[in-house]
Design a protein around this ligand. Structure first.
Ligand code: ADP
Ligand code: MG
Length: 264
């Protein structure tokens, strides 16, 4: 089965979009076929992938609100991954979806139509727990939660975890927390270390051992419409996201291996 990740945290500015774009590019570097779905009306993942959101003929809005084939809206990028792009039209979908049948599972239906084309589908969620995020959580088999190691960060996580648990119970039994990712990480800060310790205690091995450092290249790359790996492949940020993709793919390989080796 392909891996479908919702990259979610209702807090803005924690590195969701940066993670989506750079993880997509890094998974391509490990020869995975990757689709990035932009589910934020701000369209930052779209722009950060070099696609002009103001020029879109079709977008994820059309896919959610009509039953259009997603392939019609998907755009290939020079970094090797595909994007189902978004722009401001998507904010209307939040409202329109409320009156539609199967309003929580429209995205899942769309991914079901194209899932075989990809090894990984990465969904960039908006900074709220709205109907768009619910669609991402109903479609995903894992949630990747980027967070900054700040004092209030843990408090914010409980609302997200409650939502994940509810969706798992009523709509999507496959959903699990794929991993917690520490972003904009600064090990010299003692608060960072305290929060890290609490995360390890609470999440155990679901906390990725890869941390993403604060790195100016990661902040600059979107204005060139590129992931850091394409913009500056030697940068600390690009290397950290490659390490994350490696950690993820190793985990998946280990989980899909039979528990007992067959006798030869
Ligand atoms: P979100 O999608 O959660 O709102 P973004 O990925 O857009 O967050 O990141 C918020 C801001 O922080 C952006 O300006 C982004 O370029 C910057 N940023 C994200 N991760 C890093 C990092 N590791 N180092 C430096 N800047 C970062
Ligand atoms: Mg974002």
């Amino acid at each position: 089965m392909n891996k479908i990740f919702a990259v979610a945290n209702q807090k803005g500015g924690v590195g969701k979009t940066t993670t989506c774009v750079n993880l997509a590019a890094s998974l391509v570097a490990s020869r995975q076929r990757v689709l990035l779905i932009d589910l934020d009306p701000q369209g930052n993942a779209t722009m950060g992938s070099g696609i002009d959101k103001s020029e879109l003929q079709l977008s994820v809005y059309d896919v959610l609100t009509s039953e259009m084939d997603p392939r019609k809206a998907i755009v290939a990028t020079e970094s090797g991954y595909d994007v189902l792009p978004a722009n401001g039209d998507l904010s209307a979908a939040e409202v329109e979806l409320l009156d539609m049948d199967a309003r929580e599972t429209r995205l899942r239906g769309a991914i079901d139509r194209i899932g075989d084309d990809y090894d990984y589908v990465v969904v960039d969620c908006p900074p709220s727990l709205n109907m768009l995020t619910v669609n991402a959580l109903c479609a995903a088999n894992g949630v990747l939660i980027p967070m900054q190691c700040e004092y209030y960060a843990l408090e914010g996580l409980s609302a997200l975890i409650n939502t994940i648990n509810q969706i798992q119970q009523v709509a999507n039994p496959d959903l699990k927390i794929e991993g917690i990712l520490r972003t904009m990480y600064d090990p010299r800060n003692s608060l960072t270390n305290d929060v890290s310790e609490q995360l390890t205690e609470y999440f155990g091995d679901r906390l990725y051992s890869t941390c993403i450092p604060r790195n100016v290249r990661l902040a600059e790359a979107p204005s060139f419409g590129k992931p850091a790996l394409t913009y500056d492949r030697q940068s600390k940020g690009a290397i950290a996201y490659l390490a994350l993709a490696g950690e993820m793919t190793r985990r998946h390989a280990a989980n899909s291996r039979p528990a007992v080796a067959e006798a030869s």
